[in-house]
Design a protein around this ligand. Structure first.
Ligand code: C2O
Ligand code: CU
Length: 532
């Protein structure tokens, strides 16, 4: 399934403050919705996209026009399908440039290079999803990782299509890296070139140099690369091509991983000459091993907001409420016939605060909230009292937590300052969870390993220049704390961006209530909303 016959789909080029209209015509035989990942959509959740959360899907043969209100986003964000696992092939970039008359907070790069990381299956992805839902879920790894839709030279296929970026010696390039991967987190590096991080998730960061980045599904990272390797004209068969490469970060037990490195090529060319060096063997960058959590932590903890006069931070210094949310993949008991207590009788489920989220199937939550239709969702999240946990203790019985299933949402008063602490658990999967909140970006004020300590850990928060992100990694057996001011009224999905976990229920919804003034209320719905 593609958009306009392209994979990855078309790039949207815009400026900060623009409104974009996208007309979607569904020519396939299944339902679809599109989501504008990282767009805050002020007061306008109607166009946000997650199926049955803010809208009914666009049915086969039907159309819907999305209105995308860019407000404070600047940098790289993206769009993707938000129905089933359609986003595997239905996704593309959104490049948001500074307003006319203002400029990047760094010297203007000579050119841009999009790097969209993805996963490719030989099978229909929705069959793969079905398999993940209806079996024990122990195998659904993709057949290849891809860069701009191509697996690259180290897979036994597609060599001629390998993405190649041509560069000129001495020039600076802006790499806009997007992870559209479905289930896996990836390291990315370019052989013999240092990378300077300048942005993440549609917001600028303080520049820092690194040899490697780790990017989770849903995240974007902007990098500057200086083409500083001298073009070797005397021996044109070597030294002029370098691999840009991505490989797996993950080591959860029971998951069959693909450990192949996906590659694209950085090729030096001389301006004015059409000579290329296709016969030379590119150099591979050295990438961390798939369990190198130290490399991940080193990278992630260097992210800082720019915090300049033009790009100020507005992190809540005090909070109205702190919510501790445990993030778990749960293993559930089965009877002798292997009928288990999870969804679809599975042995696996995923949960936030031990509640496994269930999508409504007929009325979207936004409609239910806006039109006050009862019976669609419960306000209880988290409905269970905070239970005492100690997830660093490896002898926890596997079945200690049997999640409750339900459509539970959290209601939040307009303009309150919220802190969420995601507590990773080691009950089964030892891996990061990239938690994504729709409708606003959030300040990542702290992270650490082990159990979150409510007395001690907040004292170490960064309340000066924390990164402003829409997708934050919860480290394996650790915690991450975020803060935001609930100033965007609407119904906002929050979920793990690993689709396997999302499908198993690692989701909830934040409803930011209408404020008192007309300017702080959800806009009325568009006339042509799709019907279920
Ligand atoms: Cu990028 Cu709810 O998604
Ligand atoms: Cu997850």
């Amino acid at each position: 399934m593609t958009v306009n016959g392209q994979f990855p789909g078309p790039t949207i080029y815009a400026r900060r403050g623009d409104t974009i209209i996208v007309n979607v015509v569904n020519h396939v035989e299944s339902n679809i919705t599109l989501h504008w990942h990282g767009v805050h959509q002020p007061r306008n959740p109607w166009y946000d996209g997650p199926e049955y959360i803010t809208q009914c899907p666009i049915r086969p043969g039907h159309e819907f026009s999305y209105e995308i209100l860019l407000s404070d986003e600047e940098g790289t964000i993206w769009w993707h399908a938000h129905s089933n696992w359609d986003r595997a092939t239905v996704h593309g970039a959104i490049f948001v440039y500074p307003k006319l008359g203002s400029s990047f907070p760094f010297a203007k790069p000579y050119k841009e290079i999009p790097i969209i990381l993805g996963e490719w299956w030989k099978d229909d992805v929705n069959k793969v999803l079905d398999y993940a839902l209806h079996t024990r879920g122990d195998s659904n790894s993709s057949d290849a990782y891809t860069i701009n839709g191509q697996p690259g030279d180290l897979y036994n296929c597609s060599k001629p299509g390998t993405f190649t970026a041509q560069v000129e010696y001495g020039k600076t390039y802006l790499l806009r890296v997007i992870s559209a991967a479905i289930n896996n987190e990836l390291f990315f590096a370019v052989a013999q070139h240092q990378l300077t991080v300048v942005g993440a998730d549609g917001s600028y960061t303080k520049p820092f140099n690194t040899d490697v980045i780790m990017i989770s599904p849903g995240q974007t990272i902007d990098l500057l690369l200086v083409a500083n390797q001298k073009l070797n004209t005397s021996s044109p068969s070597s030294g002029n091509r370098y691999y840009m490469a991505a490989s797996l970060y993950g080591d959860a037990p029971g998951v069959k991983y693909d450990n192949t490195t996906t590659t694209a090529i950085l090729e030096y060319v001389t301006p004015g000459s059409n000579k290329t060096f296709l016969d030379s063997t590119p150099t591979l960058p050295s990438l961390p091993t798939n369990n190198d959590t130290d490399a991940v932590t080193t990278f992630v903890t260097q992210l800082r907001s720019l915090a300049s006069k033009e790009h100020p931070v507005d992190v809540p210094q005090t909070i109205n409420e702190r919510l501790i949310i445990t993030v778990s993949v749960n293993v559930l008991p089965c009877d002798v016939n292997y009928t288990c207590l999870g969804p679809y009788n599975m042995s696996i489920s995923a949960s936030l605060n031990n509640i496994s989220f269930e999508d409504p199937t007929t009325t979207p939550i936004l409609d239910a909230y806006y039109h006050q239709i009862p019976g669609v969702f419960e306000e209880g999240f988290p409905s269970r009292p905070p239970f005492s946990y100690n997830f660093t203790n490896d002898d926890l019985p596997k079945y200690s937590m049997i999640p409750k299933t339900g459509t539970e949402v959290r209601m939040v008063e307009y303009n309150t300052s919220i802190e969420l602490v995601f507590q990773g658990t080691s009950l089964l999967a030892i891996e990061n969870h990239p938690m994504h909140l729709h409708g606003q970006s959030v300040y990542m004020v702290g992270m650490g390993f082990g159990n979150f300590d409510e007395q001690k850990d907040p004292q170490g928060y960064n309340l000066v220049d924390p990164p402003f992100l829409n997708t934050v990694g919860v480290p394996k057996v650790g915690w991450t704390a975020i803060r935001f001011k609930a100033k965007n009224p609407g119904v906002w999905f929050m979920h793990c961006h690993v689709d396997r976990h999302q499908s198993w229920g690692m989701n909830t919804v934040f409803i930011v209530k209408n404020g008192a003034t007309p300017e702080s209320k959800i806009l009325p719905p568009p006339k042509d909303m799709p019907q279920c």
